[in-house]
Design a protein around this ligand. Structure first.
Ligand SMILES: Nc1nc2c(ncn2[C@@H]2O[C@H](COP(=O)(O)OP(=O)(O)OP(=O)(O)O)[C@@H](O)[C@H]2O)c(=O)[nH]1
Ligand SMILES: [Mg+2]
Length: 393
């Protein structure tokens, strides 16, 4: 090969310049060519390896990109499932925590009375009476409960404290009234109307906010009416809750006629094809008589605008006010009629026995209980769930 010989000659000339002896020039030139060829071969191999590695990375990245959305979706689904499963537990926990003060003061004291193999006799019933009254069951409810218990103790010949405890749980559940679910579909024409009433500060607006949130989550279209035009920040407070729940709030300026708000809210709920209109009302006016008159007027407007409205009147009472809550319920029921109770701030009192008194003395179901200020702290009340949570060890 001519070009190879020429290359060797050139190399030999170069090597001669750097001092390689004449008789070794050919071997040295061949050695340089050999080393050069090996180096080039190594470089080519390295280059090929690099290209192959890059190709593999790219392939992996692409499968990753395809795999990741599927993985993310599966993860999100698993999270949602876990959340859905976790919610009831979470709600139950919140409820348990909410009634913990009542549990300690009521059932804790009942259990110490019943401990140590205590005999079932007059003395025991007297001690029980004191505990129940202190937990705000009230005199009448306590007597009703104890009479039933004594009767049962005789007829079933209850002999030990454990049996008495079970009988007490049973009798308490019997006194409580289970609220029927809100029959949203019974509103013949237009939306179901829920009118929320109660004295100031009991938690009406907060309860409406929590309720709206829950109903929206259940897939209902809700409209809120800011019927409390008496208090400066009332409409604003409801608007904030409305925004949170993603529902429309119909409001007028402060001092406006609440009946006009009720009218507009009813019209808006019909026009927007809402399933439900919840109307907030004032809790305080110059006099109680004024308040009751105003509520009656609001009722009349609702009745005129939507057949059958208000379908439910929910009275909100604050559990921490004890027997006062009972007195309020009586007054509102007589003046405007009440269908059910939302008992708020159960988390802040050891006197949750008021739940039993409301059912026993007023014949009204407790529909919701508030166990905190958070959006999930409004729970549907279940008599059995309440008694079980209260008496759990
Ligand atoms: N701890 C606790 N606080 C609550 C609960 N429900 C309401 N509250 C608090 O009670 C306070 C009064 O609540 P509102 O909803 O403004 O009461 P309201 O009845 O609308 O009061 P007015 O508009 O003044 O008539 C607020 O600070 C609420 O966060 C509850 O279940 N637990
Ligand atoms: Mg309010």
């Amino acid at each position: 090969m001519v070009w190879f010989d020429q290359m060797l000659n050139r190399l030999a000339t170069l090597l001669q310049v750097v001092g390689v002896p004449d008789d070794r020039l050919k071997v040295a030139a061949l050695a340089v060519v050999y080393v050069g060829a090996v180096l080039i071969a190594l470089l080519i191999i390295l280059l090929l390896l690099k290209i192959a590695a890059r190709g593999r990375d790219k392939g992996l990245a692409e499968t990753d990109r395809v795999a990741k959305p599927a993985e993310a979706e599966a993860e999100a689904e698993a999270e949602a499932e876990a959340e859905a499963e976790a919610e009831p537990v979470n709600l139950l926990e919140r409820f348990r925590h909410g009634i913990s003060k009542t549990r300690t003061s009521l059932v804790g004291r009942i259990d110490s009375l019943l401990s140590g193999g205590r005999k079932i006799d007059e003395d025991l019933f007297e001690d029980l009476e004191e505990v129940l009254i202190t937990a705000d069951l009230g005199l009448l409810t306590t007597r009703t409960l104890l009479q039933a218990l004594e009767k049962r103790s005789k007829s079933e010949q209850l002999s030990d404290a454990t049996q008495l405890r079970v009988a007490l749980m049973d009798e308490m559940s019997r006194l409580l009234i289970e609220a029927e679910p809100l029959a949203l579909e019974t509103a013949d024409e237009g939306p179901f109307v829920l009118m929320v009433i109660g004295v100031n500060g009991v938690g009406k607006t907060t309860t409406i906010g929590k309720l709206a949130h829950r109903l929206v989550r259940q897939g209902h279209k809700v409209v809120l009416g800011a019927g409390d035009t008496f208090r400066a920040a009332a409409a604003e407070q409801l608007a904030t809750w409305g925004e949170r729940a993603g529902v429309d709030v119909i409001r007028h300026a402060e001092g406006a006629d609440p009946a006009a708000v009720a009218f507009d809210a009813a019209r808006a709920a019909v026009a927007r094809k809402a399933d439900l209109l919840i109307l907030d009302t004032a809790g305080r006016l110059h006099t109680k008589a004024n308040l009751m008159e105003e509520l009656k007027k609001v009722r009349r407007v609702l009745e005129r605008e939507i057949p059958g409205a208000p379908h439910q009147t929910l009275l909100v009472v604050d559990a921490t006010t004890g027997q006062n809550a009972l007195a309020q319920a009586r007054q509102f029921n007589e003046a405007v009629g009440v269908d059910g109770i939302a008992l708020t701030k159960l988390d802040g009192t050891a006197k949750g026995g008021i739940v039993v008194a409301i059912a026993c003395e007023l014949g009204l179901p407790v529909r919701y209980v508030g166990v905190g200020e958070g959006v999930d702290d409004l729970q549907e009340f279940s008599p059995q769930g309440f008694v079980e949570a209260l008496f759990e060890n």
